[in-house]
Design a protein around this ligand. Structure first.
Ligand code: ATP
Length: 347
């Protein structure tokens, strides 16, 4: 089922948690909303689930209006599955009962429902907790019960609010795989909320970067990384710095720029025109080159399989990021060439 959001608005007093937000989420898409704390992600999901009223706008699920002026279908009439951090499990039922319930409600016999529920509990690594009550589980375990219940309900639309947030890294990686497999198998349209960009990039067909109640950009993970539309997205996704520059000329997806430092750079661009522009330089756009400009190392941090140095070109204020195969000491001198970049769309 597709999800269409038209001009959605939700106010708390004078502030807008969600602000005239519009988007269409295609059927079967794994769509992630990524944004900083307080940008309105949970409010948006709660509006789609039917747990939060709209102040303005309209929500359509597969062409059917479920919320809008004078209309508010209750959550159970929307046909969506929800996995929320705070979403209540049925406290009087044990874990197996919670997961079996939607299967039984769909017409399966009690024993068949319990057998299938056991399988889902297995996939979220909770089989041994089948006869516990939700109150006797940790927060992360409760979330996994909610996830298993969602798998069991086979909802065509699944809404997930940070479902992996309380899990340890090992289980988290396993659950990511489980969710990707579930999505491929079930084909449900999935709206996933996170503030973890690594998770968003790994799981999603499309990612919406949300800021102050609006989607700043909707794109594939690779396009968000390689072709961010704004300085906010460029700063939020991946590593890099955004610098002021001057476009001297452009042709066929490339622009020749001059940085404030005087350095000339050829960068990728969508539609650059001569004049001021911001350019994103990721660590991969720089390399050590004997013929490059001289720079000084300010700091150096280990990033797993390489070192990332913060460097400053001589006599210039701008700080750049550069990947190195080994550690460089603060104060050390390097010569650096800029081999690429991305010109942010000019306003
Ligand atoms: N019931 C409420 N009353 C007043 N303000 C609220 C209420 N719920 C949310 N807000 C405000 O609306 C804004 C958006 O909140 P929301 O919970 O949707 O953000 P979020 O992006 O999910 O944040 P987080 O990642 O921290 O969970 C925040 O500024 C929040 O303080």
């Amino acid at each position: 089922m597709s999800i269409t959001l038209e001009n959605l608005t939700r106010r708390y007093g004078a502030s807008h948690a969600v602000d005239r937000l519009s988007a269409t989420i295609p059927t079967g898409c794994f769509f992630t909303v990524l944004g900083p704390s307080g940008c309105g992600k949970s409010t948006l999901l709660r509006m789609i689930a039917g747990l939060e009223p709209l102040d303005e706008g309209r929500i359509m699920l597969e062409g059917r209006a479920v919320a809008g002026p004078g209309l508010h279908l209750p959550p159970e009439a929307r046909g969506v599955g929800v996995v929320f951090q705070s979403y209540a499990l049925w406290p009087h039922m044990d874990v197996l009962g919670n997961v079996a319930f939607p299967i039984e409600a769909a017409g399966a016999s009690r024993s068949a429902a319990r057998a299938e529920a056991q399988q889902h509990l297995h996939s979220v690594d909770l089989a041994r907790f089948a006869d516990r009550r939700p109150a006797d589980l940790s927060g992360g375990q409760r979330q996994r019960v909610a996830l298993a219940r969602c798998l069991a309900a086979q909802a065509r639309i699944v809404l997930m609010d940070e479902p992996l947030a309380n899990l340890d890294p090992h289980l988290r990686a396993a659950m990511e795989e489980e969710m990707t497999a579930f999505h491929a198998r079930a084909g449900a349209t999935t709206l996933f909320i996170t503030h973890d960009q690594r998770e968003a990039m790994a799981l999603s067909d499309l990612v919406a970067v949300m800021r102050a109640g609006r989607f700043e950009q909707i794109a594939t993970p690779q396009d968000l990384h390689d072709r961010p539309a704004t300085a906010f997205v460029a700063g939020f996704i991946g590593r890099g710095v955004v610098l002021q520059s001057e476009v001297m000329s452009s042709s066929r997806g490339e622009a020749a720029l001059r940085l404030a430092t005087g350095l000339q750079v050829v960068a990728r661009a969508a539609q650059a025109r001569p004049g001021p522009a911001q350019v994103l330089l990721r660590p991969g756009d720089l390399r050590v080159d004997p013929a490059g400009a001289s720079a000084r190392v300010l700091a150096c941090a280990y990033r797993g399989d390489h070192w990332e140095a913060r460097v400053q070109l001589d006599d210039q204020a701008d700080v750049l990021l550069l990947n190195l195969p080994q550690r460089a000491a603060p104060g050390e001198s390097l010569t650096v060439a800029i081999t690429g970049g991305w010109v942010l769309p000019q306003g």
